[in-house]
Design a protein around this ligand. Structure first.
Ligand code: ADP
Ligand code: MG
Length: 737
């Protein structure tokens, strides 16, 4: 036996080499993905710091060694780079601050629009050549100047910060382009010469870019608050029993151990355990499953779920940030802030894009001058190049889609731990499934007991139930239940050991008891000749022995989850090859595979062998997913590209897997893969869109075929359309995409 590990500790998170702390910082002042990579670089340059900055969520996730550095140093570093950072406040305060900022932006935009409108309107008489209707230059100067320096101050500030930090962002392009147009026009006006002025270009670009930012940040907020709205499902007030009286208190006042009452139609205020009453509860906000769940004495209830008909008395077990709902929201927010591998490409491109565009704008101006065009024409075309090339849509393409995709998943009961998993899940082409608890319900029942000569069924169950005391395996639970049902007392044991995927052993009345698969007993030199009955052969079989004496067999049967065959068919239709890897016997495995519609299966596999098989598939070029119930499957889950835990949120499973399926149903697995594909499709559309704008726009602008005002509008609209396209994912429905 190579694996001698107790049942659960093998799921513990990996030990860290150094003590480390993690913090999230709210970042402000970023205008594009180049800013995000710039801040990332600055933070990562600090000793023992690893940071990722997400442009879309405006958050930095920083892992650091608290012994060498504190959050103040991190914030200081961000400030030095020209941006602002702070420790984020509670969600409602953050929302209020964001709303106030957006109102201020809106006011500024309206003023800019009012000042710019006459300048744009003035282009009409200009095109019609009705010079007598045209605004005098000094009036244009008066209208354009506040737009340039008051409304446009943010671009100057952003450009200055970024240049001082040694980089160049889109603010540099906007500030430079509009300043050139404004300065040239101002010079013409002040010198009283007869040349054209381009105030409408500088003012319109600033106004349009500001509008784009407004729409974009509004859409981004919509995407990021979707998940936080879940928290609002908790009622504000709850009824608790205190000092023998029933009283209404704010939810925040409930402490673990308090007894609270949930009436029909009420939302559950905090996590708890039912101590009286029966009802059914709608838990769709946790699991995405709309059918109500029956709750009786001892059942767990979750904050935010909705009680249908009965009245429940419950004892609070977790409140505030400890509730399952709060944990989910935290998890999803973390995932939304993480970076998908595909985004690194966009980041790298936008970092070199701005300097390249600056060079190209200079070349454009030089080219036009050399071709004999006037200074004004050369300038205007260079400005158009600067403006159309702003790479902000590029920076939004990936994070917004990931943000919406993860949020959408959470609502369907698919919890994705990080963006990388969301990106990869859609590419899975080989999927390994565990049998017990994954394909089946994971609640086996003892259906037959066969005692060896000289022993009774009672003896077999008594020994087996005693040995299983130390195990949390579904088989162990079934055997303990059986002992209880037969009224068989359970003796004490010593030196318990669990052999993952094989069985258990312990000392019982001075003898060494073993219980497990036939292979497990055979490997310990125990020969089993008593064959189990025909009916039992296709079931899960475990054998019990005391020292070298076989006592007999226990046959268990576990029902296939009702949706399993349909889910397997759907996965196969999606082009995913499905294989079952199980530690159970050949006969039992064949039976289950057949019922589920799975062609490929391997039986009698130890956990390490499952992991090896997965490694082998990966090294032959497959993207491998592994689905398990979190018991005994940790090595295989860890070996796969994307791991899925199934089973309504056991805490261990949530911790280990990349994706947690809150619904105990393999359909959710197919949905998770489809959601990933839909998200990735959005990312690709967005990236194409962003590139398309920039690459098509630049040559047009350089050739003088793009008015700077149109360039400003196109630039603003490209960000808006990318974000809106991502938001479409919210309407995604499993199966129809
Ligand atoms: P699966 O691959 O179906 O999840 P496991 O790897 O958990 O199965 O276990 C494989 C086999 O090992 C079981 O079918 C059973 O024969 C034996 N086994 C594992 N754990 C136990 C246990 N606690 N008690 C008895 N038998 C066990
Ligand atoms: Mg298992």
């Amino acid at each position: 036996m190579d694996a001698t590990v107790p049942d659960l500790p093998d799921l513990a998170p990996p030990a860290n080499e150094a003590p480390c702390a993690a913090a999230d910082l709210a970042i402000s002042g970023m205008t594009c993905a180049a800013c995000a990579s710039r801040i990332e670089k600055v933070l990562n340059r600090l000793p023992r710091v690893s940071a990722t900055v997400n442009f879309a969520t405006e958050r930095a996730h920083v892992v650091f060694d608290p012994a060498t550095i504190g959050p103040e140093r991190l914030i200081e570093a961000v400030r030095k780079a020209g941006y602002d950072a702070r420790v984020p406040a509670a969600a409602p305060a953050e929302d209020a601050a964001a709303a106030a900022a957006s109102r201020a932006d809106m006011r500024q935009f309206l003023i800019a629009a009012i000042l710019t409108a006459p300048l744009l309107a003035h282009m009409i008489p200009m095109l019609l050549e009705r010079h007598e209707w045209m605004l005098p230059n000094w009036l244009q100067l008066a209208l354009a100047t506040p737009v340039q320096f008051w409304v446009g101050a943010r671009f100057y500030a952003g450009a200055w910060h970024s240049l001082r930090g040694g980089g160049a962002n889109m603010d540099v392009l906007i500030a430079l382009g509009t300043s050139a147009a404004w300065a040239y026009s101002a010079a013409v006006t002040l010198m009283g010469s007869s040349g054209h002025v381009y105030f409408e270009a500088s003012a319109a670009i600033i106004t349009l870019v500001l509008l784009g930012k407004l729409l974009e940040s509004r859409a981004r907020r919509r995407a990021s608050t979707a998940i936080r709205e879940l928290i609002k499902l908790q009622p504000a007030q709850a009824r608790i029993e205190r000092d023998d009286a029933l009283m209404e208190v704010p939810v925040a006042a409930i402490r673990p151990g308090d007894v609270f009452i949930v009436r029909a139609g009420d939302s559950v205020p905090v996590d708890g355990e039912v101590i009286e009453g029966a009802s059914s509860i709608d838990e769709s906000m946790l699991t995405g499953e709309s059918r109500a769940v029956a709750k009786r004495l001892g059942a767990r209830v979750f904050a935010g779920s909705v009680n249908a008909d009965g009245r429940l008395r419950c004892r609070a077990t977790a409140v505030g940030a400890d509730t399952a709902l709060a944990a989910i929201v935290r998890l999803v927010e973390q995932a939304q802030g993480s970076k998908a591998p595909i985004q690194r490409l966009a980041d790298r491109i936008s970092a070199v894009f701005v300097p390249a565009v600056l060079v190209f704008a200079v070349l454009t101006a030089t080219g036009w001058l050399m071709a004999g065009a006037g200074f004004a024409t050369a300038l205007v075309n260079a400005v158009a190049v600067l403006v159309i090339a702003c790479p902000c849509a590029l920076g939004l393409a990936t994070p917004t889609a990931i943000m919406v995709g993860t949020g959408r998943g959470a609502r369907a009961g698919v919890l994705v731990k990080n963006a990388a998993a969301l990106e990869l899940a859609g590419r899975i082409d080989w999927l390994a499934l565990d049998k017990t608890g994954t394909l089946t319900e994971g609640q086996p029942a003892v259906i037959e007991v066969v005692a060896a000569a000289g022993y009774s069924e009672h003896d077999v169950i008594a020994v087996a139930a005693a040995l299983e005391q130390g195990s949390s395996h579904p088989i162990a639970q079934a055997i303990r239940r059986e002992a209880q049902a037969r009224g068989i007392p359970v003796a004490a044991i010593e030196d318990f050991q669990s052999h993952a995927g094989a069985g258990v052993q312990a000392r019982l009345n001075g003898k060494l008891g073993r219980l497990g698969s036939a292979e497990f007993l055979a490997s310990n030199g125990i020969a089993l000749d008593q064959a189990p009955s025909e009916r039992a052969a296709a079931r899960t079989l475990v054998a019990a022995a005391l020292d070298a004496d076989p006592l007999g067999w226990i046959a268990l049967s576990d029902r296939l989850r009702a949706s399993t065959p349909a889910a397997i068919a759907r996965l196969r239709a999606m082009g995913v090859e499905v294989a079952m890897l199980t530690g159970d016997s050949e006969a039992s495995a064949r039976e289950a595979a057949h019922a589920a519609g799975i062609m490929t299966f391997v039986a009698r596999m130890l956990p390490a062998a499952k992991a090896q098989e997965i490694e082998r598939k990966r090294s032959s070029g497959h993207v491998v997913g592994m689905v398990g119930d979190g018991i005994n499957d940790a090595p295989a889950l860890a070996a796969s590209d994307v791991s899925f835990a199934i089973g309504a949120g056991t805490d261990v499973a949530i911790q280990t897997a990349d994706v947690t399926l809150m619904r105990s149903d393999l359909m959710a697995l197919a949905e998770a893969i489809e959601l990933s594909r839909a998200t990735l499709r959005k990312v690709r559309q967005n990236l194409f869109f962003a590139f398309f704008y920039n690459t098509l726009g630049i040559p047009l602008a350089a050739l003088g075929m793009l008015n700077p005002v149109v360039a400003g509008a196109a630039m603003a609209m490209s960000s808006v359309s990318v974000v809106s396209n991502s938001l479409l994912l919210r309407r995604w429905r499993g199966g129809s995409s």
